[in-house]
Design a protein around this ligand. Sequence first.
Ligand SMILES: [Zn+2]
Length: 218
Amino acid sequence: MLMEKERNLVVEYGKKLITENLTDGTGGNISIYDPETGLMAISPSGMDYFIIQPEDIVIMNLDGEIVEGSRKPSSEKDLHIEMYKNKPGITAAVHTHSMFCTTLACLGMPIYSVHYVLADAATDVVPVTPYVTYGTKDLALAAVEAMGDAKATILANHGFISVGKNIGDAFGIARECEWVAQIQWRTMCVGKPNILSREEMERVMIKFQTHGQVKEKK
Ligand SMILES: [Zn+2]
């Protein structure tokens, strides 16, 4: 079986999407890419995350062809493929319909740096990808363009996607962005949130990059 380690990680992190409230039902999807073989392990379409087994994970190449697997891949396979084609050093992607990121998505509103942990996403503002029909290559290309050098984007009237140097990184960004989106929404319910400057966020990004332990103490 190809990509056994990656298959197991997709299964494990799929369950975490549910247990950490980043999606419900069968929404969202996860993939892991191996640049050496050019293959991607992606979650299957429409399956309960607690039923998915390693053999249900679909192995694809970046031409969108199934290399191994009997299941139908996630309908957002192109969204994952285009990230790996266009973003060097990225080997994992997490797509969610998490409550607060999706709330902002339906407002067409970015995630602002209302809290410094947003620096995890390598940006001071998580940009919005304009609305494009789900499951299309046009959505994938629009998301890559909107994301730029950031590691996440809000998908208008849809949800969210983050990418990372490994699955733990991509998943952590999804979790932090959801938390900051919730804080942003809550503060906006009461008044006008104070937003940290780009300069300060760049300082935090440098701290995050150079002091791995610091992040765990935040
Ligand atoms: Zn979606």
